[in-house]
Design a protein around this ligand. Structure first.
Ligand SMILES: [Zn+2]
Ligand SMILES: [Zn+2]
Length: 139
């Protein structure tokens, strides 16, 4: 908890118990949740927490670069505590989102330019059928 608290302080975010708990959930759950999934989980531990608090916290974390937002499904935002440059694979069958650890050959965010434009972020979205589903279908 102390390390998480310090992480918030370092970003200039007031480390309330609710914010620390949400950060903890994100760190221990790298399954790219939606804000609603975070809310559902938090509500079980803290019945008094409001949806607004969860949404506001997620936005505060986003603004401060503690998390990244993925729009891979096209329907909802998913949140990722892993802010290192990496890509994602969405399974069309089970809906699971996987981290894909390959380097984009066109440049590095914060370093390179593309057609004269400076790159801040790179998001690679791959979609298809994941290896778990492929295995289940072939057996
Ligand atoms: Zn799948
Ligand atoms: Zn990820």
């Amino acid at each position: 908890m102390e390390a998480l608290k310090q992480k918030l302080v370092d970003e200039g975010i007031k480390p309330t118990f609710q914010r620390i708990s949400i950060l903890k959930y994100l760190e221990e759950n790298s399954k790219h949740p939606t804000a609603d999934m975070i809310y559902d989980f938090m509500r079980k531990k803290m019945p008094t927490i409001s949806k607004t608090t969860v949404y506001n916290t997620v936005h505060t974390f986003l603004e401060n670069g503690l998390i990244n937002e993925l729009t891979i499904t096209g329907q909802e935002s998913r949140y990722d505590i892993n802010t290192h440059n990496h890509h994602h694979f969405l399974c069309r069958n089970c809906g699971k989102i996987y981290d894909v650890d390959i380097q984009c050959p066109h440049g590095l965010p914060g370093k390179d330019v593309v057609d004269g434009h400076k790159i801040d972020e790179i998001h690679g979205y791959f979609k298809g059928i994941c290896q778990d589903c492929l295995r289940k279908n072939s057996s």
